[in-house]
Design a protein around this ligand. Structure first.
Ligand code: ADP
Length: 169
């Protein structure tokens, strides 16, 4: 069943209908805020049909960013990354949608904006890896972990959209 498809496709979400709706954590990094790109970037997620569950403007602490990026501890870019991510406010968000974890990363484009395809956020709006505008969780486990780091449970809303049946059959 779904598990087998998951293994074959290397994805977590391959079943039709509502059975593979996922949640993810998206953050607009300080450069997106400084450059006034909030509306443009959020607009792309809304137009895609993703469902907004949580949104907040936060100045992250060093401790929060270090936890968020703990898998990169020891990498040459780690210190610069933590400085970048704490350099100003971040727009943190939680979204839901079918196959949203891999799909939102497609909307972002490659980590290095110089390699990101036109039409993607990074391909259209950024030029280098150290200023790549936006973060999206890369797995269901990381999505859960990151939502828990950045949001209190009561800051994530469950609500039903009238449009729902026009987005997913
Ligand atoms: P992604 O954000 O696409 O999931 P990674 O998890 O590999 O990418 O890296 C996390 C973040 O670290 C990147 O979005 C980028 O801001 C930064 N980063 C990654 N590689 C480099 C690098 N070589 N130089 C500078 N910053 C980097």
């Amino acid at each position: 069943g779904t598990l087998l498809l998951t293994i074959i496709n290397g994805q977590t979400c391959s079943a039709p209908g509502d059975s593979c709706v996922e949640r993810t954590f998206i953050a607009l990094k300080p450069d997106a805020i400084q450059r006034g790109l909030v509306g443009d970037i959020i607009n792309r997620f809304e137009r895609k049909g993703f469902h907004l569950l949580g949104l907040k403007f936060v100045q992250p602490s060093r401790q929060l960013v270090e936890k968020h990026y703990e898998e990169h501890l020891g990498r040459p870019f780690y210190e610069g990354l933590v400085n970048y991510m704490t350099s100003g406010p971040v727009l943190a968000s939680v979204w839901e949608g079918k196959n949203i974890i891999s799909s939102s990363r497609s909307l972002l484009g490659a980590t290095d904006p110089s390699k990101a395809a036109p039409g993607t956020i990074r391909g259209d709006l950024a030029t280098q890896v150290g200023r790549n505008l936006v973060h999206a969780s890369d797995s269901p486990a990381n999505a859960e972990r990151e939502i828990g780091l950045w949001f209190q449970p009561e800051e994530v809303q469950s609500w039903s959209r009238a449009l729902k049946k026009w987005i997913n059959e």
